[in-house]
Design a binder for this molecule. Structure first.
Ligand SMILES: N[C@@H](CCC(=O)N[C@@H](CS)C(=O)NCC(=O)O)C(=O)O
Length: 235
């Protein structure tokens, strides 16, 4: 069956960094499903208009079109019940907490760390759109928002304590094996790793060891993904 994922790309179309799309790349691999991850840029709204969405991920699975990472995970779970992403209704409910923690606690801190570098990696056609929408949201320039990022890095790392404490007692957020909750948090760090070529984790942090294990899952899907090299992107 023809399965396509519209996947956010940088100036270099091989560099894929969306924290929402990475959840789905991992979820598809978890279920052993192949996908063609086609590059999409922020301003190519017309290319996904058929899906009624202005955002990616958009999954086209044969005749079925699904948007929104959580809805895609639910669809995959129902359509391909093998190798569950959630295991139980409770696990799905807990994954929702992880999703909101990731999006409301982690994302803003990661944004501060990476956004001024990320804009350098975008396709030139995306830059004015990205800058104007994000600067309006932040109320300042990307550079001003990121200026004292080093000062804020310890707070980001400290905020990972719930994750660190959980992983001290079990190998994965999902318990004995990774679940969609693991992929949600993994994808947030893959955003920084692929988008700007930086790890935000201290090398001696057990969270870094967990991240490494996820990078190496599925024949190294995450580890093999092309990443931006810090600094302005080459054409
Ligand atoms: N709630 C959505 C959010 C998806 C989302 O925001 N995707 C970003 C890429 S990381 C996007 O497509 N943004 C388009 C834009 O900002 O115009 C999900 O979970 O899939």
């Amino acid at each position: 069956m023809n399965r396509v994922l519209y996947d956010l790309a940088g100036r270099d179309e091989a560099v894929r960094f969306s924290p929402y799309c990475w959840r789905i790349r991992m979820a598809l691999a978890h279920k052993g499903l192949d996908v063609q991850a086609v590059p999409w840029r922020f301003t190519e709204k017309d290319r996904i208009a058929f899906a009624g969405s202005e955002r990616v991920p958009v999954l086209v699975d044969g005749e079925v079109v699904v948007t929104d990472s959580m809805a895609i995970a639910d669809y995959l779970e129902q359509r391909y019940p093998q190798q569950p992403l959630f295991d139980s209704p409770q696990a799905r409910a807990h994954a929702l907490f992880i999703r909101h923690w990731t999006e409301t606690v982690l994302f803003p801190q990661i944004t501060r760390q990476i956004i001024a570098d990320l804009v350098l990696q975008l396709h030139p056609m995306d830059v004015p759109y990205f800058r104007s929408t994000r600067e309006a949201r932040l109320g300042m320039t990307l550079e001003a928002f990121s200026a004292d990022r080093e000062v804020h890095l310890p707070a980001l790392r400290a905020s990972l304590q719930p994750l660190r404490a959980t992983l001290a007692g079990q190998a994965w957020l999902g318990g004995d094996g990774p679940s969609f909750a693991d992929y949600i948090v993994f994808a947030a760090f893959q955003w920084a790793r692929c988008g700007v070529g930086r790890s935000l984790l201290a090398s001696d942090d057990p969270v870094a060891e967990w991240f490494e294990r996820l990078l190496n899952r599925f024949d190294g899907l995450g580890a093999a993904a092309p990443c931006a090299t810090p600094g302005p992107a080459r054409a």
